[in-house]
Design a binder for this molecule. Structure first.
Ligand SMILES: [Cu+2]
Length: 153
């Protein structure tokens, strides 16, 4: 009986989403719903790597191209800065979140509708390509834990 349970656990861990890779993990990928296709969309995720890696680029079928953006503040003014390569230090979690680093979806092919999902492929120097499913949350969402739907949000 115990053997059967162990086997079941083993099967379950194999069927985890494609985001699970031996060296790099891309967790909680989400995007904000968009109203206008003329404005870029923004996607977020948490990335971690056991041995350290570098994110070289991102693609998705829902947009022409994806840029890695950081926020740079200069006094009261904050502006977006294009990041060519995002370093993922070993054992650290890099959180892409509203108000900070994000993936800018340039040239959206259509509105990102709340509740929809779309694939996004992240290319890492060592781990190669990691494709994740991105959940589209509400336009006021701050993340998968705060979808902006709770009272008072
Ligand atoms: Cu941006």
């Amino acid at each position: 009986m115990k053997k059967a349970i162990i086997l079941l656990v083993a099967i379950c861990s194999i069927s985890l989403p494609a985001a699970a890779n031996e060296t790099v993990r891309v967790l909680d990928a989400w995007a904000r719903a968009t109203i206008l296709t003329s404005r870029p969309g923004a996607a977020y995720a948490t990335i971690e790597s056991d041995s350290g890696d570098r994110l070289l680029g991102v693609t998705t079928p829902v947009a022409d191209h994806v840029m890695i953006h950081a926020i740079e503040s200069d006094g009261d003014v904050s502006r977006m800065k294009h990041v060519e390569v995002l370093e993922i230090p070993a054992g650290q979690r890099i959180a892409l979140a509203p108000g900070g680093m994000h993936l800018m979806l340039m040239g959206l092919h259509g509105k990102l509708e709340e509740g929809a999902m779309f694939p996004m492929t992240l290319s890492f120097e060592k781990a190669g390509e990691v494709t994740v499913e991105v959940s589209v949350l509400g336009i006021a969402a701050d993340g998968p834990q705060n979808t902006g739907k709770e009272a008072g949000q």
